[in-house]
Ligand binder design. Sequence first.
Ligand code: GDP
Length: 213
Amino acid sequence: MTDPVDEDRIETARRLFAGPVAFLKSAPGLKFLPDADVPEVAFAGRSNVGKSSLLNALTGRNALARTSNTPGRTQELNFFDVGTPLTLRLVDMPGYGFAKAPKDVVQKWRFLVNDFLRGRSVLKRTLVLIDARHGLKDVDREIMKMLDDAAVSYRIVLTKADKIKPTELEAVRERTVAEARTRPAAHPDIISTSSETGLGIAELRAAVIEAIG
Ligand code: GDP
């Protein structure tokens, strides 16, 4: 049975995301960040994890977040305003883990993300997206370490859950939860999602609301 508090949060979240959501700006460096005047929830994940699809599913828009995943072209933080009056900002962080990314691109990603995580007082939580077919990889552990070191709270979200059998999903989920529970800044629970079937999307919306308190 769902907790009534959860049900309230799911309804609040549904209403919020049914309202206005608008692209605000892209920030290729810290000096381009919007004013830190509203709580933010960021989305991180390796390229192709399904981040754009999930942001679109979360906000019920078809083309809010666009895939522009060419190495070297994605070193930007994209900000989206949610709600009137403005309630929160979603931050689409640049994808990582390109097999062939040049070293300077990887380094630029590291600096941008690290500086953002360490300096952004309004960042309430980061959702770290993990492809359910693959589970946690070392590139994911690198960003988890950056989040732990910056003391930014984060929660793991499995994507593309429709692509594997329920028994496999359960196994990945258990392994991932076990690892999350060893990390200082990780939320102890994870969310399984599919942008294709809508699995976990209401829960994800509620998790965003929970993150901003
Ligand atoms: P991004 O690079 O992380 O922004 O990933 P995209 O959202 O562009 O998705 C990468 C690919 O995975 C695309 O071909 C999507 O159609 C596909 N995809 C994303 N989410 C899902 C999902 O939940 N289920 C399935 N089956 N495919 C998905």
